[in-house]
Ligand binder design. Structure first.
Ligand SMILES: [Zn+2]
Length: 376
């Protein structure tokens, strides 16, 4: 293999991203994911890297781990990416890969095939030049991030604990911002059981689960505290059978975002402890924290400062932000310095107008490459 003249040429990199985008990979289509995993793993052929494929389970696709042939005995750099997207099969027809000026469209192009590809490209370039980085590099591609990483979490935590630094290729946001903090994510299911009755003939015999659900919704909504960044959202409700039947059952699905561990300790028990205010009606809440809050620790702050100075050398300003969106970075940040949002800039994650900015390809690939070269 030869080393290209501009190894960070954005059109060449975009061609590679396009190939990844054109294999549709919804989390629940393991065969599709595995097809992409095969393509990704072929890319390491002939390089000083060892590829390990972890078989998928529970309906999810395979995970892929690519390790540099050097530096694996000591804590090194872990790159975290996901290959799954939220878009169903066939979405590519609605949002085909296309280019309009500086914008490239496609399902998952921004979240996060673009970013995963940049880190992959930078690592392959490092191998091609034969200049080993001071630390070993491990790139983990998981197949189930979009549903909360149920089959990859253990792997992420295991690799995260071994690493000295974790770089996450989730998309940049709000004009190229990098992420040094993420709110914790908690999920809950509420099940309410009442007593059914004929709504017209025997209303006095009924105990409405839906009426109690209204109380529960009010109690949950009251936990919102935008000033502290605490959000509680009742996103799904179901219940009842017919208009003339007092509802026997009702359900709600709840999402909570909690900026700090202390917030989680305060809010989670309040949600789990919700009780019924209606006689004869029961309220049962299950769930809890799915991704712990990721707060910028000392090591994370130093890692960000280092990345900021590298970006300055490359010619762009790196600004950090805290986001309410969870990622696999939440799993590693409690114990290893983690920098997230290193992927491409763009907008419209999870939508029919998902897009990335082509101009963000070269500087961000260079940044990843420089991080590999300089972290020690
Ligand atoms: Zn993502």
């Amino acid at each position: 293999m030869t080393v290209p003249t501009n190894p960070f040429d954005s059109r060449t990199i975009l061609d590679g991203i396009r190939q990844w985008v054109e294999i549709e990979t919804p989390t629940e289509a393991p065969d599709q994911i595995n097809q992409l995993v095969s393509l990704v793993s072929e890319g390491y052929r002939g390089l000083d890297a060892v590829v390990e494929r972890v078989s998928g389970r529970d309906g999810c696709g395979d995970h892929l781990i690519a390790r540099s042939g050097w530096g694996q005995q000591e804590p090194g750099i872990l790159i975290l990416s996901h290959l799954d997207t939220v878009h169903p099969i066939g979405f590519l027809r609605r949002l085909p890969f296309s280019i309009d000026g500086d914008v490239a469209f496609g399902p998952g192009i921004y979240d996060m095939k673009g970013g995963a590809y940049l880190a992959y490209h930078a690592f392959r370039h490092l191998c091609l030049t034969g200049k080993r980085s001071p630390l070993g590099i491990t790139h983990l591609f998981v197949s189930d991030e979009e549903i909360g990483s149920p089959t990859s979490r253990v792997l992420i935590e295991e690799e995260g604990r071994k690493a000295k630094y974790v770089l996450v290729t989730e998309p940049a946001r709000d004009g190229g911002r990098i992420v040094t903090g993420r709110k914790g994510v908690a999920r809950f299911d509420v099940t309410i059981r009442g007593v059914p009755a004929h709504a017209g003939a025997r209303p006095q015999d009924g105990r409405s689960a839906i009426r109690e659900l209204a109380n529960v919704i009010h109690a949950l909504e009251a936990l919102n505290d935008l000033e502290r960044g605490i959000t509680v959202n009742v996103g799904v409700v179901r219940g009842g059978t017919r208009p003339n039947v007092i509802a026997e059952e009702a359900y709600a699905e709840v999402d909570a975002r909690l900026p700090t561990p202390a917030d989680a300790e305060e809010i989670v028990p309040k949600i789990l402890g919700l009780t019924s205010r209606s006689e004869g009606v029961s309220v049962e809440v299950t769930g809890g924290v799915n991704r712990p809050p990721y707060v910028k620790g000392n090591a994370g702050a130093a890692l960000f400062e280092h990345a900021r100075s590298l970006a300055e050398e490359i010619g762009f300003e790196l600004v950090d932000t805290i986001t309410g969106g969870g990622s696999d970075g939440n799993f590693t940040a409690p114990f290893t310095a983690t920098l997230d949002g290193l992927g491409v800039d763009g907008k419209g994650a999870h939508t029919h107008y998902e897009q990335m900015y082509i101009s963000s390809i070269e500087p961000r690939t260079r940044l990843l490459h420089r991080l590999y070269q300089t972290l020690r």
